[in-house]
Every structure is written in C-alpha cells, then in structure tokens.
Design a protein. Structure first.
Length: 135
C-alpha cells in the first residue's frame, strides 16, 4: 500500500512538471518571435543574436541558427568557443562547407587556448611559473 501511494505522488509531481515545462516552452517561443521582429526592424544585440541562434540550434533548425549566428559574428568575434562550433555546424547544414571549415579551425584554436587558461587557473604553480618566465 505504501508503494502505490508513493507511485501516485510521483505521477502527480510529473504531471505538474510537464505542465510547467510546456508553459515555459511557449513563453520562450514567443520571446524568440519578438526578437525576430526586433531584428527585422534593425535592432541589433549580441545577447539577442546569441539567444536566437541558440534557440534554433537547440531545436535543430540549423538554417535559422546559421542566419542568426551569422548576424552575431558580424557584430563580434569575441565569443566563447562553443559559438564557433555551433556556427560551423549550422553553416555545414546549409551547404557553406568552406566557411564552416574556417569557423571550425578558429573553434579549435579558441578551444585550445580556453583549456590552457583553465588548466593554468586550476593549477597556481603553472600560472606562477608562466608569469616568472615572462618577466
């Protein structure tokens, strides 16, 4: 009898969770549509283009992701490595293979630099050693 009661509570919690997730998804879709309307009117924002590209990338709409990541990269190249990777995949999906390969090369460079910095930050001896040699 205890098992049945526990199962029923779990099932009710799952239903609530699914309802909340669905509502969040609908709100998120509306925000993306609003961002698109803003972009069409000429408003540009790095954060907005990141969100739009990420949304379409996450939903496997890589043609739209390529468009908005393209807008993002037109504004700045000072981005985290993951944006280079996502942009490269999106470009490849729309047949822009050469540009995808170039972007992937930059991703590889940025990733290597990123992980080197992370390792240095995780190990103070390496950081001190490197600073000592620079002086």
């Amino acid at each position: 009898m205890v098992s049945v009661f526990s199962f029923n509570c779990f099932a009710q919690m799952t239903k609530v969770s699914l309802t909340e997730d669905t509502q969040i998804k609908y709100v998120y879709v509306d925000v993306i549509k609003t961002y698109e309307r803003m972009a069409e009117k000429g408003f540009k924002s790095i954060d907005m283009f990141k969100k739009m590209g990420d949304s379409y990338y996450s939903n496997f709409e890589l043609d739209k992701a390529a468009k908005w990541y393209g807008e993002l990269f037109d504004m700045t190249s000072d981005l985290e490595p993951e944006y280079y990777y996502r942009y490269a995949q999106s470009l490849e999906s729309v047949g822009q293979i050469d540009k995808a390969n170039e972007t992937l090369e930059i991703f590889n460079q940025k990733s290597e630099n990123f992980f080197q910095k992370q390792r240095q930050n995780d190990n103070p001896k390496i950081l001190l050693k490197n600073n000592h040699h620079e002086k």
